[in-house]
Design a protein around this ligand. Structure first.
Ligand code: ZN
Length: 411
């Protein structure tokens, strides 16, 4: 337990009240008041009347905010339950997977509809991402080799198969490796257009992995709904205008291009370190390549430019890319929020990029805001993260479905 935080009141049910707390509603601090949660949902905000016997938390000096949404994670074939426990222990209550095991989707859908007690973040998933043989992402030894879109195969059929597996949206790898100096085959523009059109016929969003400008241009022309990474080459005026007009969002994942800067800061932070599992610790220590010192700078400048133009910016960690991945579920999103503020977002805008903004776009209507009727996925943190973004690391209590989470590792 953190110094200064008294032991939370005994809370056996998913009803409680936080008194006199600063409220960040998903877009801004609305003031100080109380938040009443009844049976896992936010019931009243402001001056509330709690039923007798309701467990009470003292919110003075603290801020309540929505549980965080990580807009880019992976739940690969392997240890998905552990990953989502790791995420929740660091304040991420919802993960948006961008290529993962489709076998997880049915269970994930049941969990995210439920208000039962859980020790895992909820999951939305792209399931199997769409790529060509030999294309990105690399295959990992000891993991299943998901199907690829062969030359001449019907993209519409491939999309339909993913929908059949339960994919909530489609993830497309449009990457020729040029930014990384590792040439690789990728989809043709024609295939890309056909995939996006098929996704839209099924009423699903299509989200593209791109890392450089020309691919991003082509993806926007194809009608993409969002980009899964910030570009690592400079976004020019024509592109900024094109993506703004298209309405597409960009999920940033600056942490995966920062040469370990964010990870080093997390590992040195006593507000984070005690809550890391061995897997999270190893992921933060892992360095797959020195990378390019320009990536974070260019990516951050693109964030500023696109944000100023009104392009929706979502925070994403790219955690859990595979065996020996850089990026820890939960923890890396905290580093990403700091990167967004350094790029020029206000702390409140950075928090919105991990709460209300992605919730709205992905139509996660029961979460992402502190508002009556919503699921009580909430964080209580010391201080005011709308002024100092790192305050979001000083977590007093995490609630999932209204139940407090035991943050001890290995419980
Ligand atoms: Zn990824």
């Amino acid at each position: 337990m953190l110094a200064g935080m008294t032991t939370p009141p005994h809370q056996a049910s998913n009803s409680f009240v936080i008194q006199d707390v600063r409220i960040f509603d998903g877009t801004r601090v609305t003031g100080t008041g109380s938040v009443l949660v009844v049976d896992g949902r936010i019931a009243e905000i402001g001056r509330v009347t709690a039923p007798p016997g309701t467990p009470e938390y003292d919110g003075r000096g603290k801020t309540v905010l929505p549980g965080l949404i990580d807009g880019h994670t992976h739940s690969p074939w392997g240890k998905p339950d552990a990953d989502r426990r790791d995420a929740l222990r660091l304040g991420v209550t919802t993960e948006l997977d961008m290529q993962g095991d489709p076998e997880l989707i049915a269970g994930a859908k049941r969990q995210r509809e439920s208000l039962e007690r859980t020790d895992q973040a909820d999951l939305w998933s792209a399931g199997i991402g769409i790529t060509v043989p030999g294309g990105a992402p690399p295959e990992y030894p000891n993991l299943p080799n998901p199907p690829k879109l062969d030359a001449g195969a019907d993209p519409g059929r491939f999309v339909a198969d993913r929908i059949g597996e339960g994919s909530d949206y489609l993830k497309i790898f449009f990457e020729d490796g040029s930014v990384f100096g590792q040439p690789m085959p990728t989809l043709t523009p024609g295939q890309l257009h056909a995939i996006v059109a098929a996704a839209h016929r099924h009423g699903r969003m299509a989200i593209a992995h791109v890392t450089e400008l020309e691919h991003a241009r082509t993806a926007v022309e194809a009608g993409i709904d969002g980009l899964a990474h910030m570009l690592l080459t400079t976004a020019d005026e024509t592109f900024v205008e094109a993506i703004r007009k298209s309405g597409a969002f960009v999920t940033t994942t600056l942490s995966s291009f920062d040469r370990g800067l964010g990870a080093d800061e997390l590992l040195a932070d006593p507000r984070v370190l005690p809550y890391l599992s061995a897997e999270q610790f190893d992921a933060l220590k892992y360095r797959d390549s020195p990378g390019d010192s320009g990536w974070l700078r260019v990516g951050s400048r693109n964030v500023a430019r696109l944000h100023a133009a009104g392009v929706p910016i979502f925070a994403g960690s790219d955690a859990g890319v595979g065996a020996g991945s850089q990026g820890a579920h939960g923890a890396t999103l905290l580093a990403e929020l700091t990167h967004l503020v350094r790029a020029g977002l206000t702390p409140a805008q950075a928090l919105t990029a991990a709460t209300a903004a992605p919730a709205r776009r992905y139509r996660l209507t029961d979460r992402g805001r502190v508002a009556p009727g919503l699921r009580a996925d909430l964080l209580l943190v010391e201080g005011n993260p709308a002024e100092d973004i790192t305050a979001v690391r000083e977590i007093a209590v995490i609630w999932k479905n209204g139940y407090p989470i035991d943050r001890r590792v290995g419980t």
